[in-house]
Ligand binder design. Structure first.
Ligand code: UTP
Length: 480
């Protein structure tokens, strides 16, 4: 039931957010009811508490590693690319066999977070609907579901695909999948929607209004996934269905090695609660999180929080000492996610200083040029601080990472760099299989045609030469 206006006036006064009702006289009945419902949903105590902590700490809310200089920080113990087995003796071939066994037995689900606002990209639809295929123009969602489809066929199994949305993208995402008949995977795909928190002014802590009847909110970060899974009872459902491990990835990396058998196998055979895939940092200024070891525990330090002298440290052979970049490719034990689910404060909120348009007390539209607001977010990697065992496995950047974060005008993680990385990888698969591929042409391979270099080399229908842009797909191989 929607609370009455009079019942919330006092509540707002006590919480210090009476300004949310500044424009009630101008609202029609529908708008007023909508505003009251939004207010009823707010946890003012939490918002005020988070802002107070932010203000008092003058930034990091909770960061357990913000005082990095006083801690014993080392690069992580990890299985590097040039090594064949973990310290406990698990080899790559054993890992692949185990991962494939788990996939065939239906013990693995994929969990993809897609609830972000994608503000940097500046696309007016959910980011997953962005057309990224270098030739096919397939969307990020299509790239994902066709990979799952290919894996399901290959392993003759079902891989539940859990996709996290947030309120601002949920309905459009569902409509998109419905329009496309879930790309044939309606039995495997499940959506769940994460929570939001209000956005506050970074000076006053007052909740911002997006319009006279709309409170400015933002999703609670990828770490909001735990609460969202719990709310929809999805962990229990997956556990009952026999899911033992979750592949975790982000919607904006179409090269993400979804349900990679080797990674799952290492995770399982080392009995890890969490396994992180890492790639090598390109340079000391690389804008990716740092996977490090602090007092024998694997942890993440945001690139913004890494002391520059540590980031720049080199080894005797001139390599970056802190080499391990996080690309948000993880495997989680289901039991570990259950453990997180039972401890709602395990993942703290962090403040993010952002530029957010809003209306002021007079109702004027404000479009700030500089960050003016605080969003509160949880990070899934904070779970590392309670992980009983974390394993780090290095991967080749070119095989697993091509994120789409920024508009074309930026210098990294753009639409163009992503398309180029996909084409370069697929082109290399063909060249490794003995195909002559002309320089400067674009190549794209449908995962149902081949998911990796080995599958390309096993195809009996490889063309000897490729002289024009090509999309190799199961139904036909079409050159344009
Ligand atoms: P990013 O931090 O890159 O954010 O999210 P974003 O929303 O995609 O883009 P910007 O920062 O607004 O430009 C990394 C991944 O985490 C998901 C995103 O959808 C993306 O897959 N995410 C982020 C969530 O699922 N929920 C959130 O609240 C935030």
């Amino acid at each position: 039931m929607t609370p009455t206006l009079s019942s919330i006036v006092e509540q707002l006064r006590q919480a210090g957010h009476s300004h949310l009702l500044d424009f009630v006289d101008q609202l029609n009945e529908t708008e007023l009811q909508s505003l009251l419902q939004q207010i009823a949903y707010l946890d003012f105590e939490l918002v005020n508490q988070l802002f107070t902590k932010f203000r008092d700490a003058n930034n990091p809310l909770t960061s357990n590693i913000s005082a990095t200089s006083s801690l014993d920080i080392r690069p992580p113990d990890a299985l590097r690319l040039d090594q064949d087995n973990t310290p406990s003796g698990v080899t790559r071939s054993q890992a692949v066999i185990e991962g494939e066994r788990l996939l065939r037995a239906g013990k693995v689900a994929a969990l993809i977070v897609a609830g972000g606002q994608g503000s940097r990209l500046g696309f007016d639809k959910p980011k997953g609907m962005f057309p990224i295929g270098p030739i096919s123009q397939r969307t990020l969602y299509e790239m994902l579901v066709y990979k799952i489809d290919a894996l399901q066929r290959h392993y003759e199994t079902t891989i539940p695909l859990l996709i996290m949305t947030s309120p601002s993208v949920h309905d459009e995402t569902i409509s998109y999948f419905e329009e496309h008949d879930y790309f044939g995977l309606s039995d495997s795909i499940e959506f769940f929607c994460q929570d939001t928190l209000p956005v506050v002014d970074s000076q006053s802590g007052q909740i911002l209004l997006q319009s006279p009847h709309t409170i400015s909110v933002s999703p609670t970060g990828h770490g909001g996934m735990i609460a969202a899974l719990v709310a929809d009872k999805l962990l229990d459902k997956c556990q009952q269905a026999g899911i033992e491990h979750f592949f975790f990835g982000q919607i904006d990396n179409p090269l993400s090695p979804i349900c990679c058998a080797e990674l799952i196998g290492f995770h399982s055979l080392t009995d890890s609660a969490v396994t992180l895939q890492a790639i090598t940092k390109q340079n000391a200024q690389d804008k990716t999180g740092n996977i490090v070891q602090i007092d024998d525990r694997i942890q993440m330090i945001e690139y913004t929080e890494m002391p520059p002298q540590l980031a720049a440290q080199t080894t005797a052979d001139g390599q970056l000492n802190f080499w391990a970049a996080n690309i948000a490719v993880h495997i989680f034990q289901t039991s570990f996610l259950q453990q997180l689910a039972q401890n709602p404060t395990a993942l703290p909120f962090h403040p993010a200083h952002k530029t957010v348009a809003h209306i002021d007390h007079l109702g004027n539209q404000i479009d700030p040029a500089e960050p003016n607001a605080i969003k509160f977010e949880r990070f899934i990697f904070d779970s590392l601080s309670v992980s009983p065992k974390t394993t780090v496995i290095e991967a080749d950047r070119n095989l697993v990472f091509a994120a789409v974060k920024n508009p074309v005008s930026a210098s990294f993680n753009t639409v163009d760099t992503c398309r180029h990385a996909i084409s370069a990888l697929h082109r290399n698969w063909l060249i490794a299989a003995g195909v002559q591929v002309d320089a400067n042409i674009t190549v794209e391979i449908d995962p149902c045609w081949a998911r990796n270099a080995q599958q390309v080399s096993e195809r009996s229908d490889l063309p000897p030469t490729i002289t024009a842009d090509i999309f190799l797909t199961s139904s036909s191989s079409t050159a344009r």
